[in-house]
Ligand binder design. Structure first.
Ligand code: NAD
Length: 321
């Protein structure tokens, strides 16, 4: 495994990180014992960065991860989130200072620990930017002062908002998802230059575009427009016909980003952990990559609308359109 320093935090993290949302059944029901095996296998293979949220499986993923890490807490860097709890506005989100403090206490109990390494405001495009900057982040920094969390960050889909907030407020990390992979490389232009200048740790989540770039294909809730889903299916077929696996290609591609410190893949099976670890340090085959990028070119960097309308990405199209 390769490890790098996460921005100015000093934390040494594996370039392949463990995304724990599948432990909360977000991609369909999983075998909990197999999920725990995947966690142990990841640690054995040198993965030390684990990302979860109270939102995943509405607390189930945190509980399962806490159980699986019972004897391994001090071997890992544990990142969780606050502010997002349910699917819909307005009840699914609460970025108030009061809720953030309570949320962390609840996460600590589920994760069976007394500190969180990285606490992130979850999907900030669902809140007004002024509240994130004026209330949520100060509440998170107070928890840092109190020793309950070591570093604070923000996450979301809307890159321009993430950049704006990271320029205005002090954050240790920024996580975006589906924005640096075979389908979309906007992270590189919009956020990476700010990360280099300001020194925050850059985290790239969902390198398989939330399973779109795999033989299984998109879950039924996937927000990507239909043209993107169709192009990804054609690209997966192209790989299969050449005896290759698009998930492997996608991961090799994403892991090649020089400014991203850790790339988070969602995993709940030891077999996926083994395959994904095998992609570390491997460059994509140039001919296969060129063929796939040709197929995906007509839908490159197509973004969908996420969160409050005031926070939509410039040029974004309606979800599932
Ligand atoms: P992903 O692109 O990592 O895809 C995960 C899916 O692909 C799962 O169904 C998994 O079983 C499957 N998979 C994994 N390895 C595979 C392989 N080798 N072959 C075939 N299928 C494979 O999407 P994700 O899980 O949404 O993103 C990764 C992690 O990033 C999440 O689990 C979460 O921790 C984090 N994340 C955070 C945010 C946020 O904070 N807003 C958003 C998205 C993701």
């Amino acid at each position: 495994m390769i490890h790098h320093t996460l921005g100015d935090t000093g934390l040494r993290v594996s370039i392949l990180g463990f995304g724990a949302s599948p432990l909360g059944n977000e991609f369909g029901s999983i075998d909990a014992a197999e999920g725990a095996r995947a966690v142990r296998c990841a640690i054995e293979r040198g993965i030390n960065y684990f990302d979860v949220s109270p939102y995943y499986g509405r607390t189930l993923a945190e509980s399962r991860l806490g159980e699986a890490l019972r004897d391994h807490r001090h071997e890992v860097i544990l990142a969780t989130k606050c502010g997002r709890y349910g699917k819909e506005l307005p009840d699914g989100f609460d970025f108030s200072a009061q809720r953030i403090a309570r949320s962390v206490e609840e996460s600590l109990a589920r994760l069976r620990t007394d500190y969180i390494d990285v606490l992130q405001a979850h999907d900030i495009e669902f809140e007004h930017r002024e509240r994130i900057i004026g209330e949520t982040l100060p509440a998170m920094r107070a928890l840092k002062q109190a020793g309950k969390v070591r570093f604070v960050g923000i996450t979301g889909y809307a890159l321009h908002l993430l950049r704006d907030v990271a320029e205005t407020a002090d954050v240790d990390t920024v996580l975006s998802y589906c924005r640096y992979d075979l389908l979309d490389t906007s992270l590189d232009d919009v956020l990476a230059p700010t990360a280099r200048r300001k020194g925050f740790g850059l985290i790239n989540a969902s390198p398989l575009h939330m399973r779109l770039l795999s033989d299984t294909g998109a879950p039924e809730w996937h927000p990507a427009p239909k043209s993107v889903v169709a192009a990804a299916e054609a690209a997966a077929r192209y790989c299969r016909e050449r005896g290759a696996d698009i998930a492997d290609l996608a991961l090799r591609f994403a892991l090649g980003h020089g400014n991203v410190t850790t790339t988070l893949v969602g995993m709940s099976k030891a077999g996926h952990v083994e395959r994904n670890v095998a992609a570390v340090g491997q460059a994509p085959g140039p001919d296969l990559l060129a063929g796939v990028l040709r197929i995906l070119a007509p839908v490159a960097n197509v973004a969908w609308q996420e969160g409050l309308p005031e926070n939509y990405e410039p040029g974004a199209v309606p979800k599932g359109s």
